[in-house]
Design a protein around this ligand. Structure first.
Ligand SMILES: Nc1ncnc2c1ncn2[C@@H]1O[C@H](COP(=O)(O)OP(=O)(O)OP(=O)(O)O)[C@@H](O)[C@H]1O
Length: 569
């Protein structure tokens, strides 16, 4: 598992490895200074205290002070540089995972809870850092400390040191026992952290629904239950890590008592000085925490492994649709002829096809109305055109080129989709419109807003174009939201337009208000208008009536009946 985590995430340390090495080296310098300081302590005990010679005090005392300053600076520098490297590593890793997540097609998100994904992108990534970044530095410096202090102890008295080392297997056994149990608790903790985030995210983003249904208590209870699961997982961890310290301490105390007893015997026999014994004990006082740290690192590794499992699962997810190596961006002007040729489609997790034998063409600039009962596959058609899914059979062409031979980025650059719910961001009116064309000038934004009949109401907002629109644009009315979305689409200026139930949720007066800007948007663009509501469709539009697949889609292509076209005006 650890090897897998390293194989996956070690490359992300590129660029910060040098910082980690410097941090590690400084930590070792600090440890060496401590070793030398303990040596000076032994000198003071034996040369000054035992001989009562004050004259010999100053040189070791001042050297000790000097060493303490160097050790302090090295420890500070080491901690700072390691933290910097850790943060940079985290930044890079989060960027990589987020960039990967953004390549995944919507079906990945449809099957997951957003809160859990967010936990993976934040807390779980941090857990990986504690293993691959600062954890590695800590492991390295701890191992070096163990080597340095045990060598020092060995030099002072090899026989005493051997007694100490005899207890090391005890440390290893205890650590292994604890780490094995800790792993399960850590996995449960990571998972319930994700669940808790999901509950919070879903509840907060649907507050209107929650309050309108008086479900506040139920939501609170839901979160409480998840919180309890989390608490239990955390307590198993706390129980294990809390017990680990005392268990190790008992072992250390046994060791210390043996050493002191043996040391006292050696002193009475004249083979050891008090200073020597004190220095030896001081080395042990540094050695034991280092050994203890190693054990704790084993616990951290379990925690990190649980987080890394969850991040790797995301990284392993592949987009449902990828560009083939032969795919090319669209070159030159794109008139926007769309052709569906015998298109059939079955959702990956379904057995029954949603579309079958769907064939039609929309000429450049023409509008086609796609209607039919709920569940017939109208929105699915739009998802196929945008290549969120690949047709199971048949093909879709844009200006005669199979869309599989066009890069997804280029294809989507030429298509604008306006959905039932216009997902706006929490930014300002200006940001939301300019989202359609990064780098658009303010003048362009205003021109698009004017064409979308949004300029006047935006100007009446408290800060005009700089007014934040609230979470997903919730500070606006449905019609205003739609007009901002139309302005964004106008600014984007793509030759193909897909309108998926653009009037849903708007009352007759608001729909009438949106209709004019919508027609301006459709003008000159190849448009697929998906709608149940035939009152608002253009009079000259051809129509596809989709019916749920039995053996094949029954598709009728026809022109609007005159009665309906009158209603449309
Ligand atoms: N991601 C999905 N995974 C599996 N099945 C899906 C998925 N999305 C839609 N479906 C199913 O595919 C069928 C067609 O759905 P689609 O949204 O295309 O219908 P629609 O004609 O647009 O319906 P409506 O008019 O109600 O919006 C439905 O039976 C639906 O349950």
């Amino acid at each position: 598992m650890i090897r897998k985590t390293f194989a996956e995430f070690w490359p992300d340390t590129r660029g910060v490895r040098r910082l980690f090495v410097i941090g590690g080296v400084l930590a070792i310098v600090a440890a060496l200074c401590e070793v030398a300081a303990i040596g000076l302590f032994a000198v003071i005990t034996d040369e000054v205290l035992a001989r009562q010679d004050l004259g010999a005090f100053w040189t070791p005392a001042l050297s000790w002070l000097g060493l303490a300053v160097v050790a302090g600076l090295a420890a500070f520098g080491g901690a700072y540089i390691t933290a910097l490297a850790a943060e940079r590593f985290l930044l890079k890793l989060r960027d990589r995972v987020f960039a990967h997540v953004q390549t995944l097609t919507p079906d990945f998100f449809n099957n997951r809870r957003l809160g859990d994904l967010m936990a993976r992108l934040t807390d779980d990534i941090e857990a990986i850092e504690t293993l691959v970044g600062s954890g590695l530095v800590k492991a390295f410096t701890t191992v070096i400390s163990v080597i340095v202090f045990s060598t020092a102890a060995f030099i002072v008295r090899w026989d005493l040191a051997l007694i100490t080392f005899a207890l090391i297997p005890g440390f290893i056994i205890i650590s292994k026992l604890f780490a094995a149990k800790f792993r399960g608790a850590a996995a449960r903790e990571r998972q319930s952290n994700g669940m808790m985030n999901s509950v919070i995210e879903e509840s907060l983003s649907n507050q209107t629904l929650v309050q309108a249904h008086n479900r506040q208590e139920a939501e609170a209870g839901h979160l409480h239950r998840q919180g309890e699961t989390w608490l239990r997982a955390n307590m198993s961890q706390a129980w294990l890590s809390g017990l680990y310290g005392p268990a190790v301490q008992v072992l250390e105390t046994i060791c210390m008592i043996v050493i002191l007893g043996f040391g006292a015997w050696e002193i009475t026999a004249g083979r050891l000085t008090i200073g020597g014994l004190l220095a030896f004990a001081a080395y042990l006082a540094f050695l034991y925490p280092a050994v203890q740290n190693l054990g704790e690192l084993a616990l951290n590794v379990s925690e990190a492994a649980a987080g890394s499992d969850r991040v790797m699962e995301v990284l392993k997810a592949r987009p449902g649709v990828t560009d083939s190596p032969a795919a090319r961006p669209l070159a030159g002007p794109v008139p926007g002829r769309i052709t569906f040729e015998q298109v059939g489609f079955t959702y990956p997790n379904r057995t029954r096809p949603t579309l079958a034998g769907l064939t039609f063409t929309v000429e450049p600039g023409q509008t086609i109305v796609c209607t039919g009962p709920s569940g017939a596959g109208k929105s699915t058609l739009a998802k196929l055109l945008l290549r969120f899914y690949e047709p199971t059979t048949g093909r879709i062409l844009l200006d005669g080129t199979d869309i599989r031979d066009i890069t997804s980025a280029s294809l989507r650059d030429h298509i604008t989709i306006l959905q039932q719910e216009n997902l706006l961001f929490s930014g300002t009116a200006r940001d939301n419109i300019a989202y359609g064309k990064p780098g658009a000038s303010f003048e362009e934004v205003v021109a698009a807003a004017k064409l979308a009949d949004a300029h006047d109401f935006i100007n009446r907002l408290p800060d005009k174009y700089d007014t934040p629109l609230g979470q997903r644009g919730r500070l606006l009315s449905g019609g205003q939201l739609q007009r901002i979305a139309i302005a964004r689409a106008l600014l984007r200026n793509a030759p193909v337009l897909v309108l998926d139930e653009p009037m849903t949720g708007l009352d007759a007066a608001t729909a009438a208000r949106v209709l004019e800007p919508m027609r301006r948007l459709m003008e000159g663009r190849t448009t697929i208008l998906i709608t149940h509501d035939l009152r608002h469709v253009p009079p000259d539009a051809a129509m596809i009536v989709l019916e749920p697949v039995r053996r094949s889609n029954r598709i009728r292509l026809k022109h609007m009946p005159p009665a309906l076209s009158r209603l449309g005006r």
